[in-house]
Design a protein around this ligand. Structure first.
Ligand code: BGC
Length: 867
């Protein structure tokens, strides 16, 4: 027996251990990490033990399955398909060719409801007629029922058209918010499963209570004032409580016309506008038994297709941090400004006291101008919460339920002579992903940049990847995540959130005939949907490909291949011209390039056709690689031929003079170098040209969305490390560090969202929290940190730190699918010392600064050389 081997509990698909009740997969793939093993260990085989228990059918089984392979990431489910409600546990052990290890601890999970027939109830809505144009209403819903025995277990399955929050007998069912999240509701609707056994009282009366708000479904959302009723004109609730008694009987209570509706204390709630609460309208004990609900009205049914229901792919939105104000400034006796010191997505929880009718008003903003909160960049998002007090004297704690804001500052106004704010905290909310990647180095400014990017990611991964968290937008813009995807996957485990979003993307793409500008699509986009162009649409190829590489998950390719292919075919058919240059469609290209200084964000020095053609080439290369992986030889041949043809015309048009570009910009050179579009013999010339552009610009950045991700890589690949550091350490406007000198705590949308004189850029799009330009952290952890992937899932990786920029140390950590990769290096005098950790199951290729090359197997390694 190999007792020195430690295997972590297996993981099931993308589900963290605490989220394995109600999974949607009936043949879930399994992965495990081997945390420790002797130096000569390698996995030759694995054995999985699966214990199954089907509560409803009352069957139990234990089976073992062994396979000879070194695979340990997302291995196929070896048993028969699971069915709804089935509980199971899996443990694993591994074989080194002569001995077996101990078994890992088991991981438990339970399947949700996977067949349409499992759903018994109807969707219900309020019978009270509402004007179509009114939005922001929040209903209370209650159902009282008797349980006729001791409860062994109970599950609550819930979804909504709108947002819901559930309570049982007055106790909240879960702490996650904005449920069931945002998907393309007419194509896929998420339901959630909760273990509510401990909340029910056996042999007595019980109450299911729900709050229901409009949310993304019906509330105001989108551009230029937005629209209401985007997915439907009435919010609805669909719930099913399943109780198993200790004597084996089962009972199901599901939404029907006997459930009752009332209005409650939330008088308005909107995602953009905030929430208003009136304490005088509270219904004391409404979700507990014996409450008199005779004045409540019976539900009406609402059309609903249970066939659209899907279980979550990953975690939900949770409070992940609590911030306290770092300063307060009294602007008048009843108006105080609080600074949380950090821009974030979330809301404020207050503790107040006052007289009946007193009110507290909270206004949220990202920035100040002339010392006051500056709300203009929010456009038509009010971002204002209001709490009205009814009960004199006592202290009341309140936090809104169905809204969320992007802010750093809150201005609190107290209305009423005795109205007092006793305390307040900032609660940070986003999808509760597992953190995986860290980076720091000896330059505090670069560390601050890295942290700002982390905060921009946190602020914008709120159920789906959005552009910004604060203004009247907050949409799943495709271009933003396309450029930021691999950085996001370094920082957090994004498989759940992005697989869900990509599924919506594929479905909407089919529905609309093109990859929408943003997903879910909301009418009112500034440009025609059929014309949505490259960089944005290329998310359909690039993001699944990157996720496959980073997580060794072929599932991303299998699920997204048709979407990737449809995107490429759209570009070839509609955007490619006779010269084989992508000059058609709406090409936002190097969006927000800093020059020419103009209010038009699409104005740029780089030819949009150059950017679009370069991206088309990248996508063509990816689709041909994807088709090879899937064994589609004919498609591979078709796309490789297309690639060669478009590449020739790209070179003819833009690089007819060898390595010198006819449209010489930082972005043009960077794309051509990194996407390998210039002939190899000309690459160094192109690099020299790029480096001289950077020097001529005194290290100021010249790229927008398309070029920012690649400019530092292009310089590094062509041996211009000095210019790469010049760019990233520049402090003049525009640059990354300029934003930090101006007080930024997140990454900005425009390089100069705040102008050098401290005023906010007067243009319309001036978010202070957009992650796209933060994609530069990829260069920090890959080049300065030195950790680069070679084989999918980091099965093989490169450790090759880049020395320069005056840095004397750097530390990079990444929790890969195999376990922790670590690289810490520092330079003292002329000695370079490096500590590396290589996880079991992987190998590292190391290149030291003195050009020594080594291959390391798992374990800790300390290395040194002279520099
Ligand atoms: C968004 C962007 C997005 C862009 C595209 C903006 O309003 O905030 O991040 O990619 O529009 O046009």
């Amino acid at each position: 027996m190999l007792t020195e081997i430690i295997i972590q509990k297996p993981t099931i698909e993308y589900h963290a251990e605490e989220n394995t009740i109600g999974i949607g997969e009936t043949t879930p793939r399994l992965s495990w990490k081997i945390l420790a093993a002797p130096a000569d260990f390698s996995q030759h085989a694995y054995e999985i033990q699966i214990d199954r228990e089907n509560g409803f059918a009352r069957t139990k089984s234990t089976r073992r399955f062994s396979t000879f392979t070194d695979q340990q990431i997302l291995v196929s489910w070896p048993d028969e398909d699971l069915c709804s409600r089935e509980r199971f546990s899996v443990s694993v052990r591994v074989f080194n060719g002569s001995d077996w290890s101990n078994w890992s601890e088991p991981t438990f999970a339970e399947v949700g409801l996977v067949a349409k027939e499992e759903w018994q109830g109807i969707m219900i809505c309020s019978p009270i007629p509402v004007d179509r144009f009114i939005h922001g209403e929040v209903s209370l819903i209650r159902k009282e029922f008797m349980l006729s025995g001791e409860v062994l277990s109970a599950r609550l399955y819930t979804t909504a058209h709108g947002l819901f929050d559930a309570e049982i007998n007055g106790v909240p069912v879960s702490t996650d918010i904005l449920k069931p999240g945002w998907t393309s509701y007419n194509l896929r609707l998420r339901y959630l499963t909760n273990d509510v056994t401990s909340l029910l009282k056996g042999s007595s009366a019980n109450v299911l209570g729900f709050w229901l708000s409009d949310g993304w479904y019906k509330g105001r959302f989108g551009f230029l004032g937005g629209r209401t009723n985007i997915f439907g004109d009435k919010a609805g609730l669909f719930a099913q409580l399943e109780v198993t008694y200790t004597d084996g009987r089962q009972e199901v209570i599901s939404t029907d016309l006997s459930w009752k509706f009332s209005n409650g204390p939330i008088t308005f709630s909107g995602l953009y506008d905030g929430e208003h609460y009136d304490q005088s309208l509270e219904k004391f004990n409404w979700s507990a038994p014996y409450y008199d609900d005779t004045a409540w009205v019976n539900a009406k049914s609402k059309e609903f297709d249970a066939g659209l229901l899907v279980a979550p792919d990953g975690p939900l939105v949770q409070c992940t941090d609590v911030l306290r104000p770092v300063s307060m400034t009294k602007h008048s006796p009843n108006r105080t400004l609080y600074d949380f010191g950090q821009n974030f997505s979330g809301r404020v929880q207050i503790l107040v006291r006052g007289a009946a009718g007193d009110e507290v008003v909270l206004r949220h903003a990202e920035v100040l101008q002339n010392g006051e909160i500056y709300m203009r960049p929010l456009r038509e998002a009010d971002a204002t919460d209001k709490y009205k007090i009814a009960f004199q004297g006592s202290e009341h704690s309140w936090e809104p339920k169905f809204t969320i804001h992007g802010f750093r500052y809150v201005e609190v106004e107290t209305i009423g002579e005795n109205c007092e704010l006793l305390d307040l905290i900032g609660k940070v909310y986003h999808t509760d992903m597992q953190r995986t990647g860290y980076f720091s180095c000896s330059d505090p400014m670069l560390n601050k940049l890295f942290e700002n990017v982390v905060w921009s990611m946190r602020s914008n991964f709120v159920d789906l990847p959005t552009d910004c968290p604060q203004r009247d937008e907050r949409l799943g813009w495709t271009g933003d995540i396309q450029v930021f995807g691999s950085s996001a996957a370094f920082l957090y485990d994004v498989r759940g959130i992005l697989s869900s979003w990509l599924k919506d993307l594929a479905l909407e793409q089919k529905e609309y005939g093109n990859v929408p500008w943003y997903v879910p699509y909301v009418p009112g986009a500034p440009w025609p949907l059929a014309e949505a162009g490259n960089v944005w649409g290329d998310v359909a190829t690039i993001t699944p490909w990157e996720l496959y590489q980073l997580y060794d998950d072929i599932g991303f390719i299998e699920r997204q291949y048709l979407s990737a292919k449809a995107w490429i075919e759209k570009v070839l058919a509609d955007f490619l011209d006779e010269e084989l240059i992508v000059s058609k469609g709406v090409q936002l290209a190097d969006w927000l390039e800093p020059e020419p200084i103009s209010s038009a964000p699409e104005a740029q020095l780089t030819d949009p056709s150059l950017v679009a053609t370069a991206y088309t080439l990248k996508s063509l290369k990816i689709i041909s690689q994807m088709s090879t992986l899937l064994g589609l030889a004919e498609e591979h041949a078709r796309y490789s031929t297309q690639y060669d043809a478009v590449l020739s015309s790209f070179r003819r048009k833009y690089f007819h003079a060898g390595g010198v570009c006819s449209n010489p910009t930082q972005t043009a050179y960077s794309l051509a170098i990194v996407f390998e579009l210039v002939e190899e013999i000309h690459i160094l010339t192109a690099g020299d040209e790029l480096a001289s552009l950077v020097r001529r610009n005194a290290g100021k950045i010249g790229t927008g969305f398309a070029g920012t991700l690649v400019v530092l890589d292009a310089l590094t690949l062509t041996e211009h490390e000095a210019e790469a550091f010049m760019l990233i350490q520049c402090r003049e406007c525009p640059s990354w560090l300029y934003q930090i000198d101006m007080g930024g705590t997140t990454v900005w949308e425009r390089w100069d969202s705040m102008l050098p004189d401290g005023t906010v850029n007067p243009n319309m799009m001036t978010s202070f929290n957009h992650y796209a330009l933060g994609a530069v952290i990829k260069w920090l952890y890959q080049s300065v940190g030195g950790v680069k992937i070679i084989k999918p899932g980091y099965k093989e990786f490169l450790i090759s730190p880049l020395i320069g920029g005056g840095l004397t140390n750097a530390s990079t950590q990444l929790d890969t699918p195999y376990g922790k990769v670590e690289c810490k290096w520092d330079i003292k005098n002329d000695s370079f010392d490096m500590d590396v950790h290589v996880p079991v199951g992987t190998t590292a290729k190391v290149e030291l600064p003195d050009n020594t090359i080594l291959t390391l197997s798992h374990g800790h390694h300390s290395l040194s050389c002279r520099v």
